[in-house]
Design a protein around this ligand. Sequence first.
Ligand SMILES: Cc1cc2nc3c(=O)[nH]c(=O)nc-3n(C[C@H](O)[C@H](O)[C@H](O)COP(=O)(O)OP(=O)(O)OC[C@H]3O[C@@H](n4cnc5c(N)ncnc54)[C@H](O)[C@@H]3O)c2cc1C
Length: 354
Amino acid sequence: MHTDVIIIGGGIAGLRLADLLHQRGHPFQLLEARDRIGGRVLSEAVGQGGYDLGPSWFWPGQPRIAEQIDRFDLTRFDQFSTGALAYEDERGQVQYGRGFASMEGSWRLQGGIGALTTALANVLPPDALRLSTPVTGLSREGQGVTVTLESGETLRARRAVIATPPRVAVHRIAFSLPLPAPTLAAMRAIPTWMAGQAKAVAVYDDPFWREAGLSGDASSRRGPMAEIHDASPADGGPYALFGFIGVPPDARQDEPALRAALVEQFGRLFGQQALQPRALLLKDWAVDPYTATDEDRRPLNSHPQYELPPVMGGLWDDTLHFGGTEVAPEFGGYLEGAFAAAEAVANRLAPATY
Ligand SMILES: Cc1cc2nc3c(=O)[nH]c(=O)nc-3n(C[C@H](O)[C@H](O)[C@H](O)COP(=O)(O)OP(=O)(O)OC[C@H]3O[C@@H](n4cnc5c(N)ncnc54)[C@H](O)[C@@H]3O)c2cc1C
């Protein structure tokens, strides 16, 4: 099989790059390792609601995501933040009070962020997107590149774009010609945003915390969750609370024990009714090999300054490119950055002529 561009990774960045190449008439194939599109975007359905186990927020001043929401006629709404906050100390003592709701002013998407990845995938030619297709090798051959799949199959293209976290690419893809040592070092040095995180979403039939005057925002020094917010749909239920799990990856691998501790904590913070969720959704990104590597298990203390390091540009006579959010020219790490990275690569590979 021969195409112009092979895109490795079907997260927001890979999907948007595919979309732009398609609009500009460039043949491509998008290869995604998982059996689903979206990458770090993962929304699960319970009843009529879509609940985000990956990203859930975007913000004013992010033009690309706003444009896509308009384009696909999706609906954004404000993060719910009305009411008192809860604070849990080391001993599990809970206090309620007014304060700064940390995510007030953030926007969410009706149906979850997955509504956006689904919309993007739906405008692509179905035969250009392959799921369950992990790439294990990339080699520079002749005028182009040869891509080796886990199945052993090989594909030829004029150019390839790695739209995965750079660290994941180092771990999962064998490069021949070998990449220069400074390039590999730069790829390993780029932390994957949020890769060490785990999220839990508790789904309920009733918004009992709202009825009790609570916003659903909570912080805890006891754990396992460190930070909690309302995760309900825009209108109606099922309603939900979600938390970022604060205990390190090694200490959260006993799933039954973790689930029990999560429900107990929801109960301590929000009362008896919180002990009976209709569903408890859980996703540990730190142990997902298509998002995280061992280096990502250490928590990041601040948002890294992301950009494309010069040693990761112009590789293999400009036939090998990077295009995920971690190399975005702006908003790196965020959803908006994934769109920005896709645009930057598309403009290098297939400049818009209009
Ligand atoms: C828990 C969590 C919360 C977050 N919250 C927010 C938020 O609120 N707001 C925000 O803006 N951002 C948030 N983010 C970050 C956001 O998810 C990312 O910026 C964005 O999804 C990155 O998109 P991407 O396409 O660059 O990478 P990814 O989504 O990581 O996509 C890469 C794709 O490559 C695939 N892949 C990897 N290796 C291979 C291989 N060898 N062969 C083929 N395919 C491969 C993967 O399966 C994946 O689909 C959050 C992330 C997490 C994990």
